[in-house]
Design a protein around this ligand. Structure first.
Ligand code: TYD
Length: 219
């Protein structure tokens, strides 16, 4: 199914700095003249953005865990079909800010939904498409949530339904990510987010350059 392209994802707890790093990486590819698409989850399509609004709406306190799994997976299915696969088939680099591993960390570990159910649902949603490389930015929830808080006080946006969950939830999410890094060493690179933007970017670049050295991509 996936042809010539390279698929890279950023993962991590809220406030780990994924979005900043994803933008820096896109900039790197653009400067090299390599065609690169940056997208994010949940969202990245007009249908996905509507699902995102439902998922993050603070009024939706009654959303069942199963409904949540399906909604993230539905947005993901749309993104894969409409955006990610076509771009990969054309030989582009695709960077995605969150992907299946977020459901593993947030819905399976955070909410305690059955891991097999979460993975199977996502297998169906993505047709089994997994990234070539996942950059997992690790931050303790106390620091991550503080960072998000600062963003909110600067007026960027209000805290969403997921950010408002308690500290224990966010601790379980981080444990999920750490577990993932331990069991998927070939694909997932764990990077400590607290060491500063430039240092994190250097580590990202090292991993990306290693990946590029093994693949031929078109300019
Ligand atoms: P977003 O504002 O994009 O957060 P961030 O900047 O931290 O990526 O909101 C996405 C939220 O949705 C975030 O709290 C993580 C959560 N999420 C899940 O719970 N499961 C998922 O599968 C995905 C993709 C996101």
């Amino acid at each position: 199914m996936k042809k010539n392209g390279i698929f890279i994802t950023f993962e991590g707890p809220d406030g780990a700095g994924k979005t900043t790093q994803a933008l820096k990486l896109k900039e790197y590819f653009t400067q090299k003249g390599i065609s690169c698409l940056l997208t994010r989850e949940p969202g990245g399509t007009s249908i996905g953005d509507k699902i995102r609004d439902i998922l993050l709406d603070t009024e939706n306190v009654k959303m069942s865990a199963k409904a949540e799994v399906f909604l993230y997976a539905a947005a993901r299915a749309q993104l894969v079909t409409q955006v990610i696969l076509p771009a990969l088939e054309e030989g582009n680099v695709v960077i995605c800010d969150r992907y299946v591993d977020s459901s593993f960390a947030y819905q399976a570990f955070g909410l305690g939904e059955d891991t097999g159910f979460v993975l199977k649902t996502n297998e169906e949603a993505t047709g089994g498409l997994y990234p070539d490389l996942t950059l997992l930015l690790d931050v303790i929830p106390e620091d991550g949530l503080k960072r998000q808080q600062e963003r909110h006080t600067k007026g960027a946006e209000a805290p969403d339904r997921i950010e408002l969950k308690d500290l224990e939830f966010h601790r379980r999410v981080r444990q999920g990510y750490l577990f993932l890094a331990a069991i998927q060493k070939e694909r997932v690179l764990l990077i400590k987010a607290g060491q500063g933007e430039e240092e994190v970017h250097k580590k990202v670049m090292k991993a990306v350059e290693t990946l590029l050295s093994t693949r031929v991509i078109q300019g």
